[in-house]
Design a protein around this ligand. Sequence first.
Ligand code: SF4
Length: 426
Amino acid sequence: MEKKDYRPMWKDLGLNLEGHDQLLAVLGNAYKDIYMSQENRPKAMQYLDFVISEAHGLRIEELMEEKRKGNKVIGTFCVYVPEELISAVGGTCVGLCAGAEIGIDEAEKVLPRNTCALIKSFMGFKLAGLCPYIQASDLVVGETTCDGKKKAYEILNDYKETYVMEIPQMKTERDRALWKGEVLQFKERVEEIAGRKVTPENLRQGIKIVNEKRRALQRLSQIRRAAPPPISGLDALLVNQISFYDNPLRFTRNIHTLCDELEERVRNGMGVAKNGTPRILVSGSPMALPNWKIPYVVETSGAIVVAEESCVGERSTRDLVQEDGKSLDKMIDAIVDRYMKIDCACFTPNEERIEHILDLARDSKADGVIHYSIQFCTPYSVESYKVEKTLQQKNIPVLKIESDYGMEDVGQLKTRVEAFLEMVKG
Ligand code: SF4
């Protein structure tokens, strides 16, 4: 089937057409090399392949159609933004492009060179005119998770209106009160943008939609605990990445179809790696689409990734919002409590995260943990010391990696990962 020409839509959105064509060509090739070269992929991954191939096409067309109907699109960069409130007013929450080394020259005109690749990436995507999601967004929502993002949003606001939520840094009652104030203020902003009120009925529905999406992802993460695992870490990461872009109802349905197939594989003892292949838990900074570097390195070095302790992974799917709130206030409280449980490294102290890593290493039967920090990501890099120390005390092998989005260090990373895997096997 011939592909539809989306260029008129991209032009209307103000994209840099030439640069965007180049970006799609590079991404298409990377996807072919990294994803399509895998063997024995589940059939249901075809849905994800399709979504990826239409991420800048059909999905944007759907969002534009929603906008024509008067529904709003809200772009986000972080799992702290309560999607339930956006869904309640008929809006769509989309994760914004931040996982590729794009528009670096433009980004470095406004940001210091030594900045986290994720921050440089979202700035680069916007300044180079290459992200249709930010162009389609009626509002961009940032948050104060780290100093780099917090200050970068002030600059991004010069190019696209950016609303910033204040994330507390501790988990006392005072911090919860601050966070509740932030959630209520965000609710007002969302109502203002959408021209609709959040009501107990529509919020109940919003909570349900987002919980169902998380339940499907939780099911996937349970199935990956099987030995041998029926799906690669690369494919599972892709599912988590796409959860930030796709229509939530359709996504949930398709992930259950994938899980049905994976359960069948488990029943038949069929896996994507032989029994005895080292199982790796990857923990740390988020891997935004299309950052596939670490699972690619691990899975082309003779191991398999069985879980991600990350915002694009367990950190965003582990907890649900309680669904039994009878009044709007009770539902807001349930949202506040659920989001306060997120164990981002921006919190201090953050012992829960270390407990969660230990639990996940045990439950996913990981033979070793790779702690990944994006270079210049101070919260995760500094916290890696405590993570490493605790894992070593429990005799769980751990390797710390710092990297950016460039591919120059892949050879060197492979050497380190292979040496680590020898130790894990030994
Ligand atoms: S990866 Fe680290 S430095 Fe980058 S935005 Fe996230 S918390 Fe901030």
